[in-house]
Ligand binder design. Structure first.
Ligand code: S1T
Ligand code: MG
Length: 547
């Protein structure tokens, strides 16, 4: 076994199901081993940002590892933004970059793709990954790979592996899977008891779940816990799509002023808000109607548990959930907490212009007829519109908010799960990575893509209506579909939208691109509330600053 094969086997045993990548001369030898060994399937895309997004989405969807393989410099540095997104949103992506061989480094020449020094790339990646290794010593490689992959899983954050091209075929060893670090049992016991006491003595406890419960494979257990504790559950904004398949007393998604009033009230008035795996980001909490005092909540995130000012370090969230479940296993499960959200259905087949909320209606109708589909959403109004769609498996950059995610993420979903995804993407974001659809036919992928085409950077316009630079021209996206191997539909009325959705669901085997014309200035109901809420808050903060 060579080093490349030992790395590929290790990726597989740690949960990777495929590799996304773009080769280059510093990575050709490694890519040859990927292809010849067939240990993991390889999907090549067209542009490195998409490689990172696809790997990120695959990791999110299958709770495994995403793998993004690129070449040195021009390739790897092109992928920094998606890996930063994965870092911020806790997605375990393994970056594998080719690199100059050990000897080439000392040739005295500057090497192509070198930015400043040979190590500039690894220094840049150090900032957006939780562990790094350069596999330049075959005797250490297996242990280094074991450590890095353990850290990737344990922290649920990206890691960086640099593989010099002259090391690929050196003799390697099998990589063992290191056991996860376990907490001190007494500390865990005390922590579980304290959390339980808080919940039991509260009048209106609420459980908010965030992305970590999926990253650590805890959805079923958390659903069970919520039933035994009779806790109403909401997801955070970023946690949208969690518990979609689980039998949990799920009310909906907390979005402060932009969300359902009943959910907002319950969360903000709760006297024991348990935050399980919720990242404390502004998109999760920035739109609170009444500022939630996070110090009064119980939080389990980033490997520790805090109750007010009291912190239990080194308590992983899975240990906490397991511990709580054991304590409450004798309690009868509670039923009767029912979802509060009525998602809009019944898209009118008339000649009216299309608003984003009509798309939500159309998709809800479609999923009622044809079954739920996993959704990949981009940044823009499409993400807010997704909040008006039935809870289904869902990936989106809800906190880091990078554009360009939607299309490659949808491809990542289909590659890793075989399920046909629905991709929601704005015209601006489609302009960034929409071309990747040209790779569908090679791999048999057939996503349904809804382009929210308002000829505009509408979200930016919502915050700054006076600026002309937010006007985009009307790209005829549907016309591109045929050239890229798919089928296009351009729709301007609700009747046409309905027809295109149903035709797309019936047509399997080619991607379906629905170019949905939306008049400029028309927002989804959720984004309109979000913008109004943020502006109100900014206004009152400004007043405070002035007084
Ligand atoms: N570049 C990247 C990679 N990500 C971003 N989020 C931005 C720039 C800034 C940005 C937004 S929203 C937005 C931009 C440019 C406009 C999005 O346009 P489009 O995709 O057409 O969607 P819609 O018209 O629905 O807004 C954010 C929030 O920072
Ligand atoms: Mg737009």
């Amino acid at each position: 076994m060579n080093i490349a094969e030992s790395l590929l086997h290790a990726l597989k045993t740690h949960g990777a199901q495929e590799i996304f990548g773009i080769p280059g001369d510093f990575a050709l030898d490694f890519f040859k081993v990927i292809e010849d060994s067939a240990i993991l399937p390889l999907y090549t895309l067209s542009h490195e940002p998409s490689v990172g997004f696809a790997a990120d989405a695959a990791a999110r969807l299958n709770c495994g590892l995403g793998v993004a393989a690129v070449t040195y410099g021009a390739g790897a540095l092109n992928m920094v933004n998606p890996i930063a997104a994965a870092y911020a949103e806790k997605s375990p992506v393994v970056v594998i970059s080719g690199a100059p061989g050990n000897r080439e480094e000392h040739s005295g020449l500057l090497l192509h793709h070198q930015a400043k020094t040979i190590d500039s790339q690894s220094l840049i990646y150090k900032e957006v990954t939780c562990d790094q290794v350069k596999l330049d010593d075959p005797s250490r490689a297996a242990d280094d790979i074991a450590r890095v992959l353990k850290n990737c899983k344990q922290n649920s954050r990206p890691v960086y592996i640099e593989l010099p091209r002259d090391q690929v075929l050196k003799t390697g060893r099998a990589v063992s899977r290191l056991p996860p670090s376990r907490p001190d049992p007494e500390a865990l016991d005390a922590c579980v008891q304290e959390v339980l006491n808080r919940l039991d003595s509260a009048e209106s406890p609420v459980l908010m779940v965030g992305v970590e419960i999926r990253r650590y494979g805890l959805e079923e257990k958390v659903a069970q816990l919520a039933r035994r504790l009779a806790l109403p559950v909401v997801t955070s904004f970023m946690g949208r799509g969690l518990l979609a398949g689980a039998d949990a007393p799920l009310l909906g998604t907390y979005m402060g002023v932009a969300g359902t009033p009943d959910i907002t009230r319950r969360v903000e008035e709760s006297d024991a808000l348990l935050l399980l795996g919720v990242i404390l980001s502004d998109t999760n909490f920035g739109v609170s109607k009444k500022q939630i005092d996070l110090r009064k909540t119980v939080q389990a995130v980033d490997g520790q548990v805090s109750l007010g000012f009291h912190v239990y370090p080194r308590i992983p969230i899975d240990a906490l959930v397991e511990g709580l479940l054991q304590r409450v296993s004798g309690r009868p499960p509670k039923t009767g907490i029912r979802p509060q959200v009525n998602y809009p259905h019944g898209l009118q087949p008339d000649d009216a212009a299309i608003a984003p909320t009509d798309i939500a209606k159309g998709v809800n109708d479609l999923m009622a007829d044809h079954g739920r589909m996993p959704i990949a959403a981009d940044t823009g109004d499409c993400l807010f519109t997704a909040l008006e769609i039935e809870n289904t498996e869902f990936v989106a950059p809800g906190y880091y908010a990078t554009m360009g995610f939607g299309v490659p993420a949808g491809l990542g979903i289909q590659a890793t799960s075989g399920k046909r995804p629905l991709i929601l993407v704005g015209d601006g974001a489609f302009q960034m990575t929409g071309w990747e659809l040209g790779n569908c036919s090679r791999y048999g992928w057939d996503p349904i893509v809804l382009v929210f085409n308002n000829s505009s950077w509408e979200m930016l316009r919502a915050f700054q209506p006076c600026s002309g630079f937010n006007d985009l021209s009307d790209w005829r996206f549907a016309d591109l579909a045929d050239a890229l191997g798919g089928e296009g539909h351009r729709v301007s009325t609700r009747r046409e939208l309905r027809q295109a959705l149903h035709a797309s669901a019936r047509n399997r085997g080619r991607f379906q691109l629905i170019d949905v014309r939306i008049p400029r200035g028309v927002l989804s109901n959720t984004l309109a509330r979000f913008v109004a809420g943020l502006q109100e808050r900014r206004g009152s903060q400004q007043q405070e600053a002035d007084s």
